[in-house]
Design a protein around this ligand. Structure first.
Ligand SMILES: NC(=O)c1ccc[n+]([C@@H]2O[C@H](COP(=O)([O-])OP(=O)(O)OC[C@H]3O[C@@H](n4cnc5c(N)ncnc54)[C@H](O)[C@@H]3O)[C@@H](O)[C@H]2O)c1
Ligand SMILES: [Zn+2]
Length: 406
């Protein structure tokens, strides 16, 4: 166990997981370890294809169902979330699925508008927020109305943020349409936009009222977008659930062929894990940080590539690189690291950081990452498949070794 580990996470065989703080000193022989362990139990009924994110009076359901787009209107009507609805989507998703959602709402007599913004991360900014909030005001939207985030993580982050700040907060629901959004960004309530100084630097925590996931929309997703999401899917297996990791291995061909029944199982498991993590630590004080596995280095790869390397690809490279750190620290067996690399590459994700990316510059990015404290980046390191630790105590030489090992 390296010194300076601040957080520990493990899961037992009985639907229970353990979290704890561990403090160690450099001298492991004389260290007085202090464990604060907390057991949290959970129960899920995955057969119903419905998950509840248990956040007290802000709890909300996640529905996963083939063809769900057509039924969303009926469910919203029953839930009475809004007097009227405004769907916010990027131009591409609006063209593909905007009308289907409008029809679903109008069929049950719900009034709705569809407003759009130009697709792409470069439009996840304050200018888009200003435009959308003005549009809502022009439409006469008030606090009894509800926004619908239709699209990938960009639409979700933008719409959630608009919902949080328009009239000091109005309700919103999520209809995620990329795999990344279905397994990650639509759950957990992180919203926000980028500014020139950095990604996601302006935003807030604001939970949706419901998340509606229709697996059929994945059929129109470009293959590279599917891969982006798959990197996050593999992440959940490594950080939290060994059974799920081996499930992914066993069902790889069906996942790649987009077998919707298997995809729904995958999405449900990922959402369950994210829900459990968010329930335990909504504001990322400790447990939620495990979701950053592969991301500390991944963000540096993205930044150093000037965002020409997509997030999922960068996270895949980041996961392999931090595993090398874990092996060098003596906390992960090289064979286990190899198993993770094999799964990542079997899905067609990259496992090496391109040699042309400047390692020194990447280390500078590590120091200035928004989650870095006092210039020391933290790393989520697996100690086995399904169990990770978080530490900021990694020698420079070990980081260099992991970055230069290609
Ligand atoms: N809030 C969170 O917790 C969280 C977590 C992870 C990532 N994010 C954010 O998510 C964003 C990335 O999300 P993304 O990868 O979904 O990107 P995105 O929303 O830009 O979608 C990617 C592309 O796919 C298109 N698209 C979406 N659904 C489609 C479909 N079904 N068929 C065809 N095309 C479709 C979009 O028009 C877009 O061009 C980043 O801004 C990231 O910061 C947020
Ligand atoms: Zn990610």
């Amino acid at each position: 166990m390296p010194s300076g580990v601040s957080f520990f996470f493990a899961k037992n065989g009985k639907d229970e997981y353990l979290t704890g703080n561990i403090r160690t000193t450099k001298d492991t022989k004389s260290a007085k370890n202090c464990f604060v362990l907390q057991v949290i139990t959970f129960q899920r009924n995955e057969a119903m294809k419905q998950i509840e994110v248990g956040l007290g009076d802000r709890a909300y359901p996640i529905f996963v169902q083939e063809g769900l787009l057509a039924d969303i209107g009926a469910d919203l009507k029953e839930r009475k979330i809004g007097k009227r609805y405004v769907i916010i989507a990027d131009d591409r998703v609006a063209e593909l699925y905007g009308q289907a959602v409008v029809v679903s709402l109008e069929a049950v007599g719900l009034a709705c508008d569809l407003i759009t913004f130009p697709r792409g991360e470069e439009n996840k900014n304050l200018t888009t927020i200003a435009g959308l909030t003005s549009r809502l005001a022009q439409l006469g939207v008030d606090r009894k109305d509800c926004l619908i985030a239709l699209g990938g993580g960009v639409s979700g982050d933008i719409t959630g943020f608009v919902a949080a700040i328009y009239m000091r907060g109005i309700p919103f629901v999520q209809i995620p349409t990329t795999l990344l959004a279905q397994v990650d960004s639509s759950v957990g309530g992180k919203t926000g936009v980028d500014i020139p100084e950095g990604k996601n630097l302006v935003g807030c925590f604001y939970q949706p009222r419901a998340v509606y996931i229709d697996s059929t929309v994945l059929q129109s997703l470009p293959p590279e977008e599917l891969l982006n999401g798959l990197a996050e899917v593999i992440k959940y297996g490594v950080i939290y659930d060994a059974d799920f990791f081996y499930f992914l291995n066993a069902h790889r061909e069906k996942i790649q062929a987009l077998d919707l029944s298997v995809m729904e199982d995958v999405i449900l498991r990922c959402c369950s894990i994210k829900a459990e993590v968010v329930e335990a630590d909504e504001r990322e004080a400790d447990l939620r940080r495990i979701l950053n596995y592969g991301h500390t280095l991944g963000h540096a790869v993205e930044a150093e590539s000037h965002f020409t390397i997509a997030h999922g690809m960068a996270v895949a490279m980041g996961m392999v690189a931090v595993n090398k750190i874990a092996v060098a620290q003596g906390i992960l067996m090289a064979e286990t690291a190899g198993e993770i690399t094999d799964l990542i590459s079997s899905f067609g994700l990259p496992t090496t950081i391109p040699p042309e990316l400047n390692r020194q510059q990447m280390k500078e990015f590590l120091k200035t990452d928004k989650k870095t404290v006092a210039g020391k980046p933290f790393f989520v390191l697996p100690i086995a498949i399904g169990t990770v630790i978080i530490t900021d105590d990694v020698d420079d030489a070990i980081i260099d070794g992991a970055l230069n090992n290609f």
